[in-house]
Design a protein around this ligand. Structure first.
Ligand code: MN
Length: 438
Protein backbone atom coordinates (compact mmCIF):
# COMPACT_ATOMS: atom_id res chain seq x y z
CA UNK A 1 0.00 0.00 0.00
CA UNK A 2 2.90 2.33 0.77
CA UNK A 3 3.88 2.31 -2.93
CA UNK A 4 0.33 3.19 -3.95
CA UNK A 5 0.31 6.04 -1.46
CA UNK A 6 3.56 7.42 -2.86
CA UNK A 7 2.18 7.22 -6.39
CA UNK A 8 -1.02 8.95 -5.25
CA UNK A 9 0.99 11.70 -3.57
CA UNK A 10 2.93 12.37 -6.76
CA UNK A 11 -0.23 12.67 -8.80
CA UNK A 12 -1.88 14.77 -6.07
CA UNK A 13 1.00 17.27 -6.12
CA UNK A 14 0.94 17.50 -9.91
CA UNK A 15 -2.81 17.98 -10.03
CA UNK A 16 -2.92 20.60 -7.30
CA UNK A 17 -0.34 22.82 -8.96
CA UNK A 18 -3.08 24.64 -10.81
CA UNK A 19 -6.21 23.43 -9.05
CA UNK A 20 -7.71 24.10 -5.61
CA UNK A 21 -8.67 21.22 -3.37
CA UNK A 22 -12.17 20.24 -2.23
CA UNK A 23 -12.23 17.89 0.77
CA UNK A 24 -15.36 15.84 1.53
CA UNK A 25 -15.34 13.94 4.80
CA UNK A 26 -17.62 12.05 7.16
CA UNK A 27 -19.04 13.66 10.30
CA UNK A 28 -17.91 11.05 12.82
CA UNK A 29 -14.65 11.26 14.78
CA UNK A 30 -12.72 9.32 12.18
CA UNK A 31 -13.92 11.60 9.38
CA UNK A 32 -13.39 14.83 11.31
CA UNK A 33 -9.85 13.89 12.35
CA UNK A 34 -9.10 12.78 8.76
CA UNK A 35 -10.23 16.21 7.52
CA UNK A 36 -8.13 17.94 10.20
CA UNK A 37 -4.99 15.98 9.27
CA UNK A 38 -5.39 16.85 5.61
CA UNK A 39 -6.29 20.50 6.32
CA UNK A 40 -3.13 21.01 8.39
CA UNK A 41 -1.06 19.36 5.66
CA UNK A 42 -2.59 21.43 2.84
CA UNK A 43 -1.97 24.58 4.86
CA UNK A 44 1.70 23.62 5.26
CA UNK A 45 1.91 23.02 1.52
CA UNK A 46 0.30 26.41 0.92
CA UNK A 47 -2.56 24.90 -1.10
CA UNK A 48 -5.97 26.51 -1.35
CA UNK A 49 -8.74 24.24 -0.10
CA UNK A 50 -12.24 24.02 1.32
CA UNK A 51 -13.85 21.31 3.45
CA UNK A 52 -17.34 19.87 3.46
CA UNK A 53 -18.40 17.55 6.29
CA UNK A 54 -21.38 15.28 5.56
CA UNK A 55 -23.60 13.06 7.73
CA UNK A 56 -23.63 10.45 4.98
CA UNK A 57 -22.78 10.37 1.29
CA UNK A 58 -25.42 9.32 -1.24
CA UNK A 59 -25.77 9.31 -5.01
CA UNK A 60 -27.57 12.65 -5.11
CA UNK A 61 -24.80 14.35 -3.16
CA UNK A 62 -22.16 12.95 -5.50
CA UNK A 63 -24.16 14.28 -8.47
CA UNK A 64 -24.38 17.66 -6.77
CA UNK A 65 -20.63 17.70 -6.21
CA UNK A 66 -20.03 16.81 -9.84
CA UNK A 67 -21.82 20.01 -10.81
CA UNK A 68 -20.37 22.29 -8.14
CA UNK A 69 -16.73 21.10 -8.24
CA UNK A 70 -15.77 21.00 -11.88
CA UNK A 71 -12.32 22.52 -11.49
CA UNK A 72 -11.08 21.33 -8.12
CA UNK A 73 -9.17 18.25 -7.17
CA UNK A 74 -11.81 16.43 -5.11
CA UNK A 75 -10.71 14.26 -2.22
CA UNK A 76 -13.05 11.98 -0.28
CA UNK A 77 -11.97 10.94 3.22
CA UNK A 78 -13.40 8.08 5.31
CA UNK A 79 -16.16 7.59 2.73
CA UNK A 80 -16.69 7.09 -0.99
CA UNK A 81 -15.74 3.42 -1.39
CA UNK A 82 -19.37 2.35 -1.65
CA UNK A 83 -20.09 4.87 -4.43
CA UNK A 84 -17.16 4.34 -6.79
CA UNK A 85 -19.43 3.97 -9.82
CA UNK A 86 -20.93 7.41 -9.24
CA UNK A 87 -17.59 8.95 -8.28
CA UNK A 88 -16.06 7.65 -11.49
CA UNK A 89 -18.29 10.06 -13.40
CA UNK A 90 -16.25 13.10 -12.32
CA UNK A 91 -14.41 14.86 -15.15
CA UNK A 92 -11.66 16.14 -12.83
CA UNK A 93 -9.09 14.31 -10.71
CA UNK A 94 -10.54 12.58 -7.66
CA UNK A 95 -8.92 10.84 -4.68
CA UNK A 96 -10.70 8.45 -2.33
CA UNK A 97 -8.88 7.72 0.94
CA UNK A 98 -11.15 5.33 2.76
CA UNK A 99 -11.25 2.02 4.64
CA UNK A 100 -14.81 0.88 3.95
CA UNK A 101 -15.76 -2.01 1.66
CA UNK A 102 -15.34 -1.25 -2.05
CA UNK A 103 -18.40 -1.46 -4.28
CA UNK A 104 -16.67 -1.64 -7.64
CA UNK A 105 -13.56 -0.61 -9.55
CA UNK A 106 -12.81 3.01 -10.19
CA UNK A 107 -11.92 4.62 -13.50
CA UNK A 108 -8.50 6.13 -14.23
CA UNK A 109 -9.28 9.64 -13.02
CA UNK A 110 -10.02 8.26 -9.54
CA UNK A 111 -7.15 7.28 -7.25
CA UNK A 112 -8.28 4.97 -4.47
CA UNK A 113 -6.29 4.30 -1.32
CA UNK A 114 -8.09 1.57 0.58
CA UNK A 115 -6.52 -1.23 2.66
CA UNK A 116 -8.98 -3.77 1.13
CA UNK A 117 -7.30 -3.24 -2.25
CA UNK A 118 -3.95 -4.34 -0.90
CA UNK A 119 -5.02 -7.04 1.52
CA UNK A 120 -3.80 -4.82 4.34
CA UNK A 121 -4.77 -4.97 7.99
CA UNK A 122 -7.54 -2.81 9.42
CA UNK A 123 -6.75 0.87 9.68
CA UNK A 124 -9.00 3.87 10.23
CA UNK A 125 -9.70 6.63 7.71
CA UNK A 126 -7.65 9.02 9.82
CA UNK A 127 -4.80 6.49 9.92
CA UNK A 128 -4.81 6.32 6.12
CA UNK A 129 -4.97 10.09 5.81
CA UNK A 130 -2.05 10.31 8.22
CA UNK A 131 0.01 7.94 6.01
CA UNK A 132 -0.91 10.13 3.03
CA UNK A 133 0.09 13.28 4.93
CA UNK A 134 3.40 11.73 5.93
CA UNK A 135 4.10 10.84 2.32
CA UNK A 136 3.40 14.48 1.39
CA UNK A 137 5.49 15.93 4.23
CA UNK A 138 7.70 13.49 6.16
CA UNK A 139 7.80 15.81 9.19
CA UNK A 140 4.16 15.24 10.07
CA UNK A 141 4.49 13.25 13.28
CA UNK A 142 2.62 15.95 15.17
CA UNK A 143 -0.54 14.86 13.30
CA UNK A 144 -0.39 11.31 14.65
CA UNK A 145 -2.42 12.23 17.75
CA UNK A 146 -5.38 13.03 15.48
CA UNK A 147 -4.98 9.64 13.81
CA UNK A 148 -5.13 7.99 17.24
CA UNK A 149 -8.48 9.69 17.89
CA UNK A 150 -9.80 8.37 14.57
CA UNK A 151 -8.61 4.88 15.41
CA UNK A 152 -10.26 4.94 18.82
CA UNK A 153 -13.39 6.54 17.32
CA UNK A 154 -13.83 3.64 14.90
CA UNK A 155 -13.01 1.17 17.70
CA UNK A 156 -10.05 -0.23 15.82
CA UNK A 157 -7.75 0.12 18.82
CA UNK A 158 -8.13 -3.55 19.74
CA UNK A 159 -6.75 -4.40 16.32
CA UNK A 160 -3.07 -4.96 17.02
CA UNK A 161 -1.41 -4.25 13.70
CA UNK A 162 1.86 -2.86 12.46
CA UNK A 163 0.24 0.19 10.91
CA UNK A 164 -1.73 1.04 14.05
CA UNK A 165 1.28 0.45 16.28
CA UNK A 166 3.39 2.81 14.20
CA UNK A 167 0.75 5.53 14.53
CA UNK A 168 0.55 4.99 18.29
CA UNK A 169 4.35 5.22 18.44
CA UNK A 170 4.46 8.41 16.33
CA UNK A 171 1.83 10.03 18.55
CA UNK A 172 3.89 9.24 21.66
CA UNK A 173 0.77 7.80 23.26
CA UNK A 174 0.94 6.86 26.92
CA UNK A 175 -0.82 3.51 27.27
CA UNK A 176 -2.23 2.34 30.58
CA UNK A 177 -4.17 -0.81 31.22
CA UNK A 178 -7.34 -0.10 33.10
CA UNK A 179 -11.07 0.05 33.39
CA UNK A 180 -12.57 1.11 30.04
CA UNK A 181 -14.53 3.87 31.67
CA UNK A 182 -13.94 7.39 30.44
CA UNK A 183 -12.89 10.06 31.00
CA UNK A 184 -10.09 8.42 32.91
CA UNK A 185 -8.58 11.82 33.63
CA UNK A 186 -11.59 13.44 35.34
CA UNK A 187 -13.22 12.83 38.76
CA UNK A 188 -14.53 9.26 39.04
CA UNK A 189 -18.11 10.16 40.02
CA UNK A 190 -18.61 12.00 36.72
CA UNK A 191 -17.14 9.14 34.71
CA UNK A 192 -19.55 6.74 36.42
CA UNK A 193 -22.59 8.93 35.96
CA UNK A 194 -21.95 9.45 32.24
CA UNK A 195 -20.34 6.11 31.45
CA UNK A 196 -21.69 5.39 28.00
CA UNK A 197 -18.86 2.95 27.33
CA UNK A 198 -20.04 0.68 30.13
CA UNK A 199 -23.71 0.87 31.00
CA UNK A 200 -24.11 0.21 34.71
CA UNK A 201 -27.75 -0.36 35.70
CA UNK A 202 -28.75 1.91 38.58
CA UNK A 203 -25.54 3.96 38.28
CA UNK A 204 -25.30 5.34 34.73
CA UNK A 205 -27.34 8.53 34.61
CA UNK A 206 -28.16 8.28 38.30
CA UNK A 207 -26.11 10.58 40.62
CA UNK A 208 -27.60 8.96 43.76
CA UNK A 209 -26.72 5.51 42.46
CA UNK A 210 -23.16 6.72 41.80
CA UNK A 211 -22.78 7.99 45.37
CA UNK A 212 -24.11 4.79 46.88
CA UNK A 213 -21.75 2.69 44.77
CA UNK A 214 -18.76 4.85 45.71
CA UNK A 215 -19.70 4.50 49.39
CA UNK A 216 -20.02 0.76 48.98
CA UNK A 217 -16.52 0.43 47.49
CA UNK A 218 -15.12 2.93 50.01
CA UNK A 219 -13.84 5.55 47.58
CA UNK A 220 -13.88 8.91 49.33
CA UNK A 221 -13.30 12.47 48.24
CA UNK A 222 -9.78 13.80 48.50
CA UNK A 223 -10.27 17.32 49.73
CA UNK A 224 -13.17 18.65 47.69
CA UNK A 225 -12.94 16.30 44.73
CA UNK A 226 -13.03 12.65 43.88
CA UNK A 227 -9.88 11.21 42.35
CA UNK A 228 -9.87 10.36 38.66
CA UNK A 229 -9.85 6.77 37.52
CA UNK A 230 -6.15 7.06 36.70
CA UNK A 231 -5.34 8.25 40.21
CA UNK A 232 -7.17 5.51 42.11
CA UNK A 233 -4.82 3.14 43.91
CA UNK A 234 -4.73 -0.55 43.05
CA UNK A 235 -7.10 -1.63 45.80
CA UNK A 236 -9.64 1.06 45.05
CA UNK A 237 -9.54 0.09 41.38
CA UNK A 238 -10.05 -3.58 42.10
CA UNK A 239 -12.97 -2.91 44.48
CA UNK A 240 -14.55 -0.70 41.83
CA UNK A 241 -14.11 -3.34 39.13
CA UNK A 242 -15.74 -5.97 41.34
CA UNK A 243 -18.71 -3.70 42.02
CA UNK A 244 -19.17 -2.99 38.30
CA UNK A 245 -18.84 -6.68 37.44
CA UNK A 246 -21.58 -7.52 39.93
CA UNK A 247 -23.91 -4.95 38.47
CA UNK A 248 -23.27 -5.53 34.77
CA UNK A 249 -22.56 -9.28 34.70
CA UNK A 250 -19.81 -8.46 32.19
CA UNK A 251 -16.73 -10.60 31.85
CA UNK A 252 -13.58 -8.82 33.07
CA UNK A 253 -12.03 -8.73 29.56
CA UNK A 254 -14.90 -6.54 28.34
CA UNK A 255 -14.23 -4.07 31.16
CA UNK A 256 -10.46 -3.89 31.09
CA UNK A 257 -8.48 -2.57 28.17
CA UNK A 258 -5.87 -0.08 27.10
CA UNK A 259 -6.36 3.56 27.94
CA UNK A 260 -4.71 5.84 25.41
CA UNK A 261 -3.46 9.15 26.69
CA UNK A 262 -2.63 11.66 23.96
CA UNK A 263 -1.36 15.20 24.06
CA UNK A 264 -3.88 17.86 23.10
CA UNK A 265 -3.58 21.56 23.87
CA UNK A 266 -0.46 20.60 25.81
CA UNK A 267 -2.26 18.29 28.20
CA UNK A 268 -2.47 14.52 28.34
CA UNK A 269 -6.06 13.58 27.56
CA UNK A 270 -8.00 10.34 27.34
CA UNK A 271 -8.30 9.60 23.59
CA UNK A 272 -11.70 7.92 24.05
CA UNK A 273 -13.03 10.98 25.80
CA UNK A 274 -11.88 13.36 23.06
CA UNK A 275 -13.23 11.02 20.43
CA UNK A 276 -16.60 10.90 22.20
CA UNK A 277 -16.58 14.70 22.41
CA UNK A 278 -15.97 15.10 18.67
CA UNK A 279 -18.72 12.59 17.88
CA UNK A 280 -21.09 14.37 20.24
CA UNK A 281 -20.54 17.72 18.51
CA UNK A 282 -21.36 16.19 15.11
CA UNK A 283 -24.39 14.32 16.38
CA UNK A 284 -25.88 17.52 17.73
CA UNK A 285 -25.12 19.27 14.42
CA UNK A 286 -21.87 21.07 15.25
CA UNK A 287 -19.30 19.39 13.00
CA UNK A 288 -17.73 22.78 12.36
CA UNK A 289 -16.90 23.14 16.06
CA UNK A 290 -15.50 19.61 16.15
CA UNK A 291 -13.25 20.33 13.18
CA UNK A 292 -12.10 23.68 14.59
CA UNK A 293 -11.25 21.91 17.86
CA UNK A 294 -9.08 19.43 15.93
CA UNK A 295 -7.42 22.40 14.23
CA UNK A 296 -6.31 23.67 17.68
CA UNK A 297 -8.83 26.49 18.00
CA UNK A 298 -9.09 27.34 21.72
CA UNK A 299 -12.56 28.88 21.49
CA UNK A 300 -13.81 25.76 19.71
CA UNK A 301 -12.41 23.68 22.55
CA UNK A 302 -14.53 25.51 25.12
CA UNK A 303 -17.58 25.29 22.87
CA UNK A 304 -17.04 21.60 22.20
CA UNK A 305 -16.86 20.93 25.94
CA UNK A 306 -20.20 22.68 26.47
CA UNK A 307 -21.83 20.78 23.60
CA UNK A 308 -20.44 17.52 24.96
CA UNK A 309 -21.90 18.16 28.42
CA UNK A 310 -25.22 18.85 26.73
CA UNK A 311 -24.93 15.67 24.68
CA UNK A 312 -24.34 13.55 27.76
CA UNK A 313 -27.53 14.91 29.30
CA UNK A 314 -29.37 14.07 26.04
CA UNK A 315 -27.94 10.57 26.10
CA UNK A 316 -28.88 9.86 29.69
CA UNK A 317 -32.42 11.09 28.92
CA UNK A 318 -32.53 8.88 25.82
CA UNK A 319 -31.41 5.83 27.83
CA UNK A 320 -34.06 6.44 30.45
CA UNK A 321 -36.65 6.81 27.68
CA UNK A 322 -35.46 3.57 26.11
CA UNK A 323 -35.72 1.76 29.42
CA UNK A 324 -39.34 2.83 29.90
CA UNK A 325 -40.54 2.36 26.31
CA UNK A 326 -38.80 -0.62 24.76
CA UNK A 327 -40.85 -3.66 23.79
CA UNK A 328 -39.29 -7.00 24.69
CA UNK A 329 -40.11 -10.24 22.87
CA UNK A 330 -38.50 -13.63 22.79
CA UNK A 331 -35.01 -13.04 21.43
CA UNK A 332 -35.61 -9.44 20.48
CA UNK A 333 -36.10 -5.90 21.78
CA UNK A 334 -37.74 -3.15 19.74
CA UNK A 335 -37.47 0.51 20.61
CA UNK A 336 -39.53 2.86 18.43
CA UNK A 337 -38.45 6.27 19.72
CA UNK A 338 -40.09 8.34 16.94
CA UNK A 339 -39.18 11.97 17.78
CA UNK A 340 -38.17 11.28 21.37
CA UNK A 341 -34.55 10.39 20.51
CA UNK A 342 -32.48 12.14 17.83
CA UNK A 343 -31.71 10.05 14.74
CA UNK A 344 -28.02 10.79 15.25
CA UNK A 345 -28.14 9.23 18.73
CA UNK A 346 -30.28 6.18 18.08
CA UNK A 347 -27.31 4.05 17.00
CA UNK A 348 -25.49 4.84 20.23
CA UNK A 349 -28.58 3.98 22.26
CA UNK A 350 -28.90 0.67 20.40
CA UNK A 351 -25.21 -0.10 21.05
CA UNK A 352 -25.51 0.68 24.74
CA UNK A 353 -28.60 -1.53 25.07
CA UNK A 354 -26.76 -4.36 23.32
CA UNK A 355 -23.81 -4.02 25.70
CA UNK A 356 -25.93 -3.62 28.83
CA UNK A 357 -25.94 -7.36 29.55
CA UNK A 358 -29.62 -7.11 30.44
CA UNK A 359 -30.39 -9.51 27.60
CA UNK A 360 -29.29 -13.04 26.84
CA UNK A 361 -26.58 -13.58 24.21
CA UNK A 362 -27.94 -13.30 20.69
CA UNK A 363 -30.85 -10.97 21.48
CA UNK A 364 -31.49 -8.66 18.53
CA UNK A 365 -31.93 -4.99 19.38
CA UNK A 366 -33.84 -2.82 16.89
CA UNK A 367 -34.02 0.91 17.59
CA UNK A 368 -35.86 3.42 15.42
CA UNK A 369 -36.01 7.19 15.30
CA UNK A 370 -37.48 9.80 12.94
CA UNK A 371 -35.19 11.74 10.64
CA UNK A 372 -37.53 14.26 9.03
CA UNK A 373 -39.58 12.22 6.50
CA UNK A 374 -37.58 9.08 7.07
CA UNK A 375 -36.95 6.63 9.87
CA UNK A 376 -33.48 5.64 10.88
CA UNK A 377 -33.23 2.03 12.01
CA UNK A 378 -30.28 0.68 13.99
CA UNK A 379 -29.85 -3.01 14.65
CA UNK A 380 -27.43 -4.65 17.09
CA UNK A 381 -26.82 -8.07 18.63
CA UNK A 382 -26.29 -8.54 22.36
CA UNK A 383 -23.25 -10.66 23.17
CA UNK A 384 -21.10 -12.44 20.66
CA UNK A 385 -23.37 -14.78 18.71
CA UNK A 386 -26.67 -14.23 17.07
CA UNK A 387 -28.47 -13.60 13.84
CA UNK A 388 -26.86 -11.52 11.14
CA UNK A 389 -28.70 -8.23 11.74
CA UNK A 390 -27.81 -6.84 8.33
CA UNK A 391 -29.61 -9.80 6.78
CA UNK A 392 -32.52 -9.35 9.18
CA UNK A 393 -32.94 -5.75 7.98
CA UNK A 394 -32.58 -6.71 4.31
CA UNK A 395 -35.20 -9.46 4.61
CA UNK A 396 -37.65 -7.34 6.53
CA UNK A 397 -37.40 -4.45 4.06
CA UNK A 398 -37.24 -6.60 0.91
CA UNK A 399 -40.84 -5.95 -0.18
CA UNK A 400 -40.44 -2.16 -0.15
CA UNK A 401 -36.73 -1.71 -0.63
CA UNK A 402 -34.33 0.18 1.62
CA UNK A 403 -30.63 0.89 1.64
CA UNK A 404 -29.09 -1.30 4.33
CA UNK A 405 -25.54 -0.88 5.50
CA UNK A 406 -23.25 -2.27 8.17
CA UNK A 407 -22.34 -5.83 9.08
CA UNK A 408 -23.49 -8.93 10.95
CA UNK A 409 -23.27 -7.46 14.47
CA UNK A 410 -24.27 -3.85 13.77
CA UNK A 411 -26.32 -2.61 10.85
CA UNK A 412 -28.72 0.14 9.93
CA UNK A 413 -31.12 1.30 7.26
CA UNK A 414 -33.33 4.22 6.29
CA UNK A 415 -36.99 3.70 5.48
CA UNK A 416 -39.72 6.21 4.74
CA UNK A 417 -42.31 7.08 7.37
CA UNK A 418 -45.20 5.47 5.49
CA UNK A 419 -43.40 2.14 5.79
CA UNK A 420 -43.33 2.27 9.59
CA UNK A 421 -46.30 -0.05 10.23
CA UNK A 422 -45.30 -2.48 7.50
CA UNK A 423 -41.72 -2.58 8.77
CA UNK A 424 -42.80 -3.32 12.34
CA UNK A 425 -45.22 -6.01 11.12
CA UNK A 426 -42.56 -7.70 9.00
CA UNK A 427 -40.09 -7.45 11.84
CA UNK A 428 -42.30 -9.10 14.46
CA UNK A 429 -43.31 -11.76 11.95
CA UNK A 430 -39.67 -12.50 11.19
CA UNK A 431 -38.78 -12.84 14.88
CA UNK A 432 -41.74 -15.04 15.61
CA UNK A 433 -41.05 -17.44 12.74
CA UNK A 434 -37.48 -17.66 13.96
CA UNK A 435 -38.74 -18.76 17.37
CA UNK A 436 -40.90 -21.48 15.80
CA UNK A 437 -37.89 -22.76 13.83
CA UNK A 438 -35.90 -23.12 17.04
MN1 MN B 1 -13.93 5.47 9.56
Amino acid sequence: MQKAIEKAVKSFLENTEKRDVKVISHHDTDGITSAAILAKTLKRLDKKFSIKIVKQLDKEQVDCLKKSCKKEVVIFLDLGSSLLDEISGFQNPVFVIDHHELSSQATDNVTVINPHLFGEEEISGAGLTYLFAKALIPESKDLANLAVLGMVGDMLDREVSKLNNKIIEDAEVVIKKGLMLYPATRPIHKALEFSSSIYIPGVTGNPKGVMSMLREVDIKKQGNEYKSLLNLDEEETSRLITAILLRTHQTPDRLIGNLYLVKFFNKLEDARELSAMINACSRLGYSDTALAFCLDNKKAKTRAETIYADYKQHLVKALNYADANKVEGKGYVILNARDEIKDTMIGTVASILSMSKNYPDGTVIIAMSYDQERIKVSARVAGKNGRNVREVLMNVTSDFGAECGGHAMAAGCLISKDQETKFLENLTKSFETEVIKI
